[in-house]
Write a protein of this length. Structure first.
Length: 126
């Protein structure tokens, strides 16, 4: 059996050898654009604060910010958990920046949120 390189592997039955779903140029563009979005979603905190909050390391975070690397799946999930940011937006800049809020399981989705002043002005309805 001949040695096969990863780039020779067929991605699916209809793919041609060496065909890629996402080009290297597209990945490079994504790498360069994620850093500014990461800083934005953390409110332009210092790298040290971002590292601390993500329980990561300075090398990994700096590589992402500098456009030298893409974040790992684990890091993406951690960023989403801490900030509520959409992973799609973080990676591509497309779509909504934050995922829609979900109602807690014990709260009906159509519950009304009443401003505090209105709540105080109608004590009988509370």
């Amino acid at each position: 059996m001949a040695d096969r390189r990863p780039e020779d592997e067929i991605m699916c039955e209809t793919s041609e050898p060496a065909e890629r779903l996402i080009s290297r140029d597209q990945l490079l563009t994504a790498e360069l654009e994620i850093g500014p979005r990461l800083l934005e979603v953390f409110g332009y905190q210092t790298v040290s604060n971002i590292v601390y909050r993500l329980k990561s390391n300075r090398t990994e975070i700096n590589a992402i910010i500098d456009g030298d690397a893409l974040p790992s799946v684990e890091l993406l999930l951690g960023i989403r958990q801490l900030t509520g940011v959409s992973i799609d937006w973080l990676l591509t800049g497309a779509g909504q920046k934050f995922a829609p809020l979900e109602a807690p399981p014990d709260m009906p989705f159509n519950s009304q949120i009443v401003p505090f002043r209105e709540y105080l002005s109608h004590p009988a309805s509370n």
